[in-house]
Design a protein around this ligand. Structure first.
Ligand SMILES: Nc1ncnc2c1ncn2[C@@H]1O[C@H](COP(=O)(O)OP(=O)(O)OP(=O)(O)O)[C@@H](O)[C@H]1O
Length: 233
């Protein structure tokens, strides 16, 4: 399923916020039809890397290409080809799930999206609350809706930042299904999580970040609990 060039290529990425270097020299390549897990301790640089891949934060230096679009010079092109579930936020408290889907579809100029939107809401058990404002949603419900929104337009690159955080087993299974579906249609998936077991279940490759650097890349199956702990310290 891999095309010739990887869908996501990151070379020597640095991201600086004032005095803080959040990412300091990350390299990675992720292929089509594959899912890659980003792991690492709090503050390792996972979310910042995801934000750059989503076209939300510009790289301070380095090269980042997402489905052929340069993250520094073509952030809009990047935003068009990705589906991004941010680690926090991204939802409008006074809007309903259905209104979020409508807005997302309109921004992406999608003609037919209602059936897929309805199906995704059902799969994530949000069908019954499709017309309730999300301001009253639990954390897990909001996470599930964020995954739905990321997946709606069947993006070439699916970026899921902590999609399992606080999510119940039904939501976890639905998320694993979304990842499997994306891989099956040849999309590239990057998923950040602290949950090693779920990373292994969802992804074929695991990348471990520490202090803004990539310290390991391996087959996810090789990332035993012991190996992971050793990489964190
Ligand atoms: N907007 C910002 N301004 C200042 N520092 C930031 C900003 N965003 C991230 N950082 C810092 O950059 C570093 C990496 O943060 P990041 O959120 O990427 O880590 P993470 O691996 O996703 O952590 P977690 O597992 O806790 O979500 C941290 O030291 C963080 O405090």
């Amino acid at each position: 399923m891999d095309q010739i060039a990887p869908a996501v290529v990151v070379r020597d990425l640095h991201v600086r916020f004032g005095d803080v270097e959040a990412v300091s020299g990350v390299d990675l390549a992720a292929g089509n039809g594959r899912a890659t897990a980003l792991l690492g301790r709090n503050g390792a640089g996972k979310s910042t890397t995801m934000k750059v891949l989503a076209g939300v934060v510009p790289p301070t230096s380095g090269q980042v290409t997402v489905a052929g679009h340069d993250a520094e010079t073509d952030a809009i092109g990047v935003k068009r080809v990705v589906g991004y579930c941010p680690d926090v936020g991204g939802l409008v408290p006074r809007a309903t799930p259905w209104e979020h889907l409508q807005l997302s579809a309109r921004l992406r100029r999608m003609d037919t999206w209602e059936d897929r939107g309805r199906d995704l809401l059902e799969r994530f058990e949000l069908g019954d609350v499709a017309h309730r404002v999300v301001g009253g949603f639990s954390h897990g419900m909001s996470r599930r809706l964020s995954v739905v929104l990321a997946a709606l337009h069947e993006p070439a690159v699916l970026l899921l930042d902590e999609p399992f955080d606080g999510v119940d087993p039904i939501g976890v299974d639905a998320t694993l299904e979304v990842v499997a579906d994306a891989r099956a249609r040849g999309a590239c998936v990057l998923l950040s999580t602290h949950l090693r077991d779920l990373a292994l279940e969802a992804c074929g490759t695991a990348i471990v970040l520490r202090g803004g650097n990539r310290v390991a890349e391996m087959q996810a199956a090789e990332l035993t609990g012991e190996a992971y702990r050793a990489l964190l310290d």
